[in-house]
Design a protein around this ligand. Structure first.
Ligand code: ARG
Length: 392
């Protein structure tokens, strides 16, 4: 009962969501798997709150996954039966309670399993599942494309077992944090001498106690990137038991397979993955630019980005114009600060400004309304803002 009381005190602190989920769980949960243990799922974890991991999905064979695009789920190959058409998988998105009426559901149409996958102990444990239709507006999770984030502290989550040998499909998702473990330390453990270091990433505590477990497979292991956005570094793959001392959890090393995953996704269709470390906002409404007239603007409302804008804020500009030297272009931050992207130059007679600018916007709060401000300062030629986007 101790853990329940602790959660009740969180409720008293005003975390209404956590409280409601906890109360509902207390009533609906299967019997605790260990005396005094009422915390379900991920071993050593706590209940996840709705919205903690918006790209997290549950797959009906009893695995987790993450939205890679609006129509593709990245999961583990060992959850699936190999590459080919597959309409058997039910997918639940957008909830931590699998019975939440607000859940969004899809079914699979096709599975792309990593070429050469033969079993978890030999690596390559990743797969993409294509959904019968896109989840329009779904949160998507960027994947690590380099080893830069294969360190630090990771978040793990899923609907899997609360303890080794316990119930492996739970109603509510749980979460926990585990530290990175380097390959040398990991492969020094008795069960892991054949660790495939390029393909596998280890995480957990030497003392055990916190781990993913059966039913969490395929789910993402994530951390924050330099812009404080989630980035996927691992896929729950295997381990010797769950949360045992000296037996770390083993995850697919996503950065090793990033290019192969991207290539497979491009072939499968089903939308564009988020750029690593990037949250993209776009305005594709055309705005006419008056000839030798007043400046015009196009706005983008940025929400959901934590903290300040990056020092490498990417501004993609697509302006159609018949004499681009006429144009002066600024990026205007929510507080009104203007960053000059381009000056006029009377001898630049080329068409169009289709360019990517990088702006050091690190003193600007990211959330708010950003504007692209364009002025045509010379006569005769005209054009319009076709689209522009910001990548945080
Ligand atoms: N293979 C398991 C599954 O199918 C996941 C095991 C993860 N184990 C661990 N100790 N981290 O759900």
């Amino acid at each position: 009962m101790r853990k329940f009381l602790f959660k009740a005190s969180l409720m008293a602190a005003g975390l209404a969501t956590a409280l409601a989920a906890t109360a509902a769980h207390a009533a609906a949960a299967p019997p605790p798997s260990e005396p005094g243990d009422i915390t379900p799922q991920v071993v050593g974890g706590t209940l996840a709150a709705k919205g903690d991991y918006p790209w997290l999905v549950h797959l009906s064979m009893g695995c987790g996954g993450a939205m890679y695009t609006e129509q593709l789920v990245l999961t583990a190959a060992h959850c699936l039966d190999g590459t080919g058409p597959d309409t058997s998988i039910g997918v639940i998105y957008g909830v931590v309670d699998r019975q939440d009426p607000a859940r969004i559901t899809r079914t699979s149409t096709y599975v792309h399993s990593a070429p050469g996958f033969t079993g978890v102990t030999t690596g390559k444990d990743w797969a993409l599942v294509k959904l019968n239709s896109p989840i329009v507006g779904a949160a998507t999770l960027p994947i690590a494309t380099t080893t830069a984030y294969n360190n630090g502290t990771f978040d793990i989550m899923g609907w899997g077992g609360t303890s080794e040998g316990g119930n492996s499909v739970n109603r509510y998702a749980s979460k926990a944090q585990v530290p990175f473990v380097d390959d040398t330390a990991c492969s020094a453990q008795a069960s892991y001498p054949n660790l495939v270091k390029s393909d596998m990433l280890c995480a957990g505590y030497k003392a055990g106690g916190v781990d993913t477990c059966q039913g969490d497979s395929g789910g993402p292991m994530v951390r924050r990137d330099a812009n404080n956005n989630w980035i996927q570094v691992g896929i729950v793959s295997w381990g010797s038991g769950c949360a045992r001392p000296d037996k770390y959890g083993i995850y697919t090393e996503v950065s090793t397979f990033a290019a192969a995953i991207a290539a497979a996704a491009a072939e499968l269709g089903g939308g564009t993955p988020p750029p690593p470390g990037g949250k993209v906002f776009e305005n594709a409404n055309n705005v006419n630019i008056a000839d030798a007239g007043a400046a015009v603007t196009s706005s983008i409302a940025v929400t959901g980005v934590t903290g300040n804008a990056p020092s490498t804020l990417k501004v993609d500009v697509d302006i159609k114009h018949t004499w681009r030297g006429d144009l002066v272009i600024d990026l205007v931050a929510p507080d009104g600060t203007a960053y000059r992207l381009k000056n006029s130059s009377s001898n630049d007679s080329a068409d169009n400004v289709i360019a990517t600018y990088t702006v050091n916007a690190s003193t600007e709060v990211a959330n708010g309304t950003w504007k692209l401000k364009v002025q045509d300062v010379a006569r005769y030629d005209t054009g319009y803002i076709d689209s522009w986007k910001l990548t945080f």
